[in-house]
Design a protein around this ligand. Structure first.
Ligand code: UDX
Length: 439
């Protein structure tokens, strides 16, 4: 099928390559000419495992092309996928201007019957508005169906998630559109769930918000573990065996970040409030997460009330490993506080140092290796569980740090090994407990 994808961010680009991989003929468009030129040359503008190889493979197969010319591409498309961004407005609501702009241009330029597939995460009811905009802009008598088809890929595993997703949600108001969607996804080998458009819109928010809530719940229990002397990993292991709870997304840490959970929790909360309804669980998740991201600093202050002049190693900057994304990464506001309080920051990340230095307006805080970041440090804060960080041995902390105080926001290490090596080690919800005596 001839498919046009609008927007080559994470969702748009990975979906476009997924369609090409499954034999469709894809044109991916974006307003950003530099991005389009890089993509056409086989270079991915984002860091995502396996993405560049997939891009080059699909360019070679000639099933995908990149252009800034939307008008030309829309004219003979059989399906047009909207995958543009929906950033957060100041009040927490979703900013839909790019989606509406794309809808308007699609309406102006399509010249044959086609499907408009909305993959961008949009509040319930937005598909109806998109339909009105597209139909209002039409210049020829064509039939257009709008379908909600939310995307569930996670950064760092986006290619895998697209090829091996858990489900394909198809929210449509027309049987014809549903048949066409099944045709598009015929070879994906994933369950296709056909539901109403509004339900599909809500599936996306409810799924992300549920996961955010699950993480916040575990983080609260972890904080309680710290107080009571239980271990969150033992607790979640015990919980996870119950299939109704499941063992995934129970990792305690310094909170969720990224481009989805923080934005989507606020957007759903805002949407409900706009309808006179308060989503108390989501409100709680948002508040817990806001506090959790400062947990390491809270623990550090107990050990070191005055941070001025103290050398603080910071390991891991991105919101999670295997991505270069710093959006809502807990590291950033923490680094800002360390800066303001006069700490000497020595930061390392395998991929996001240039971007972080720009964000904080200071290149002097970056170090080019883990050892250089740890050298002479009075404390070490860990924000991201990159493999290279998880692989640090207790000896390395001992060897390089002036004072081996390690505050681990992602529970990367075995706490007993760290204790044996003489490191003052604190993590999230895993206080040092005396090893159980066998009777
Ligand atoms: C998420 C959803 O997983 C994906 O389905 C949706 O399409 C977009 O949002 P993403 O933000 O890329 O994907 O990453 P994810 O792996 O879900 O992690 C989000 C945040 O939660 C990260 O900051 C991560 O560190 C944190 N997290 C995740 C935890 O703190 N504990 C966990 O157990 C899992």
């Amino acid at each position: 099928m001839k498919i046009v994808v609008v927007g080559v961010g994470y969702v748009g680009l990975v979906s476009a390559l997924g369609f090409a991989h499954h034999g469709h003929t894809v044109t991916a468009i974006d307003l950003d000419a530099t991005k389009i030129a890089r993509l056409a040359a086989g270079e991915s503008p984002i860091f995502e495992p396996g993405l560049e190889a997939m891009l080059q493979e699909q360019l070679l197969s000639r099933r995908i092309q990149f252009t800034t010319d939307g008008a030309g591409a829309y004219a003979d498309a059989e399906a047009i996928v909207i995958g543009v961004g929906t950033p957060e407005n100041e009040d927490g609501s979703a900013n839909l201007s790019a989606v509406y702009q794309a809808a308007h241009e699609i309406g102006l330029n399509i010249q044959q019957d086609c499907l408009v597939i909305v993959k961008s995460t949009v509040p319930v009811g937005t598909n109806d508005k998109i339909e009105a905009i597209v139909r209002g802009a039409l210049r020829s008598a064509v039939n257009v169906d709008i379908v909600s088809n939310p995307e569930f890929l996670a950064q760092g595993s986006a290619v895998h998630d697209t090829l091996h997703g858990s489900r394909i949600i198809v929210g449509s108001e027309s049987a014809k559109a549903e048949v066409k969607m099944r045709e598009i996804y015929m070879d994906y080998g994933q369950p296709i769930i056909s539901i109403s458009r509004k339900s599909a819109e809500l599936v996306k928010y409810a799924s992300n918000d549920f996961l955010a809530l699950k993480i916040s719940f575990v983080n609260e229990i972890a904080n309680l573990c710290d107080i009571l002397g239980a271990d969150i990993e033992e607790v979640t292991e015990g919980m996870g065996y119950d299939a109704r709870i499941g063992s995934s997304f129970l990792r305690a840490g310094i909170g969720y970040g990224g481009s989805c959970f923080p934005k989507d929790t606020k957007a759903l909360h805002w949407l409900a409030e706009d309808h006179g309804f308060v989503l108390r669980t989501i409100e709680a998740a948002i508040k817990i997460n806001e506090k959790q991201k400062y947990m390491l600093l809270h623990k550090l202050r107990k050990e070191m009330p005055n941070l001025a002049g103290k050398k603080i190693a910071v390991l891991g900057l991105t919101f999670k490993p295997n991505t270069d994304d710093l959006r809502e990464a807990p590291s950033i506001p923490n680094l800002r506080i360390l800066q303001q309080e006069g700490a000497i920051i020595q930061a390392y990340d395998p991929i996001a140092m240039v971007q972080t230095a720009k964000e904080l307006n200071d290149t002097s805080i970056m170090r080019d290796s883990i050892e250089a970041a740890l050298e002479g440090a009075d404390a070490c804060l860990i924000f991201t569980e990159w493999d290279i960080i998880r692989a640090i041995t207790p000896d390395t902390f001992q060897k390089w740090m002036a004072n081996p105080l390690v505050l681990d926001g992602r529970n990367c290490f075995n706490k007993n090994d760290m204790e044996v090596a003489g490191i003052a080690y604190q993590s999230i919800g895993r206080p040092l407990i005396k090893v159980r005596q066998l009777q």
